[in-house]
Design a protein around this ligand. Sequence first.
Ligand code: CS2
Length: 486
Amino acid sequence: MHRLHPSTLTESNADVRGPAYARDQLRTGIVHLGIGAFHRAHQAVYTDDAMGLCAPDWGILGVSLRSAATAGRLNPQDGLYSVLSRDANASELRVIGAVRRVLVAPRELPAVIAAIADPATRMVTLTITEKGYALAADGHSLDRQDPALRADLDDPQHPVSALGVLALGLRARAGQGDAPLSILSCDNLAHNSRCLRAALVEYLQQCFPQILDWFERNTTFPCSMVDRIVPAMSAAGLDEQAAALGLRDEGAVSTEPFSQWIIEDDFAAGHPPWERVGAQLVDDIAPYENIKLRLLNASHSAIACCGLLAGVDTVDQVMDDAALGEFVHRLMSQDLMPALQVPADFDLAGYRDKLLQRFGNPRLAHRCAQIAMDSSEKIAQRWLPTLQQNRAPQLRRALAAWCYLVLATDIAVEDPRREQLLAQRASTAPLAGKVEAVLACARITPAAVADFARLRDELLQGMDSIERDGLRALLASPLAAANEYS
Ligand code: CS2
C-alpha cells in the first residue's frame, strides 16, 4: 500500500474528502506549538475548512517541543493526514491539508524562532497540556521549581520550554518593528490565554525586559474553549484507518463527530473565517470554559480514576458498567452541575445528556489510562472549584479513588509530580499525612478548601471502604442527594 502524500492522494478511496483549496498555494499564517493528535483533529480541521472559504494563507507550521515523532509521521507525507470521526451511527473519513510542515524545536530552534518572528505569521497557537504552562499554585505566576522553565530562565537563548521558545521568538519579532500577533492557548485551563500572558510577562520581565513595550502594543491573547475527544491512536487503529483510506497514513487521527470551539473575539491581525465553519466568536468565554472544565473534564477525570481502579479499560466501558455509569450520572447531576453558573439560555441538562452520549461512544476506545495522566495538574483545574463551592459528596468519592490509586496500588500513571506521589506511596508515615501530601500535589490544601480536615477524614474513610469492600461499594453507598439537578 502506498503512503499518503499529495502525489498519491488520487489513489485514496473514492468517498474520502480532501482539502477544498489549492494546496500548492498554501502559505504559513499560524505557528502552532505542541502539534499532537488533539490539534490535528480540532484546530487544524477548522482551519482546513476555513481555507476553503478564503485565500489559503493560514497554513499551519507545527512545532514539536520535545519528540521528533510527529515530524517523522507528517513531513514525509508533506503534512497530509487523515481524520476519522465516528460513533455508533456515523463515520466520516477526510484528509486534512492545513499543516505545511512540522519542526522539532530541540534540533531546529533557529527555524522555529524565525517562523515566530516572520511578519507573515499572524498567530501563534498552543496545545502544550496543562503542565506546559509551568504555572505556580496561584494559577498565574511562574512555577520556578519547573525544571524546563528553570533551565530557560538561566539560559534564555537556548530555550527548551514552550514559554522560553515563544519568548525568544517574540524577541526576534520585536527586533523587526511592529508586527501584531494573536497568541491563543487551546489547552484545558481556565482563562487559558490570560494565564499564558501573565506567565509570559513574568518571563519577559526577567529575560527580555527591553521588548515589554512592544509586547503590550503588538500582542493579544484571546482565551478559547476547545472540545473534541481525541483518543491516542493505536497500532491496530492505524491499520484500520489505512484500510479505509486506501493509503498508509502514519499521522492518522481518530475522533468523535462532535467538535466545539469558542474563542474570544480579540485578534491582533485577523483570523481564518473559523466562525463560518462552526467555531463561535464571543466577548467572554468564561461561562463556557467553566461548564466544559467542571462538567466534561471533571467527569472525565473521575471516570479515569474509577475505571483504572476497577480494572475497566475505556470510558465507554465505564459508562456501560452499572455501578460506575450510574455514579458518573450522579456525580454530574448532584455535585458538578449545581456548582455551575450558566448563561440564562443555556440548557445544562441537555449538555449533560449529550455528554453522557459522547462518553458512551463505542467506537472511540478512549482509555482511562490516557485521561488519568497528569491527574495532579488536572484535578486543580477540574475538581477544585466544585470542592470549594459545595459539599460535593460524589466528587469526594472520586477524590478518594485517586488517593487510593496513588497510595495503595502499584498502577503506574504518568504525572509531572510522579516522584512526589511515589515517595508518599513508599513512605511509612501515618496515612493521614500521606493523604495531605498527595492532595497538596493537586493544590488541594487547607488554604484552598475551607473544611479541609473534614475532607481529609472523609477521604481516609473512603479509602478504607475501597480497601475493605471495593470501589463499587463505595460509589454505591447511600448518601443524601442534595441539590439534585433533574
Ligand atoms: C481529557 C480531555 O485527557 C483528558 O484529560 O479529559 O483531553 C478531553 O477529552 C477533551 O478536553 C475533550 O474536549
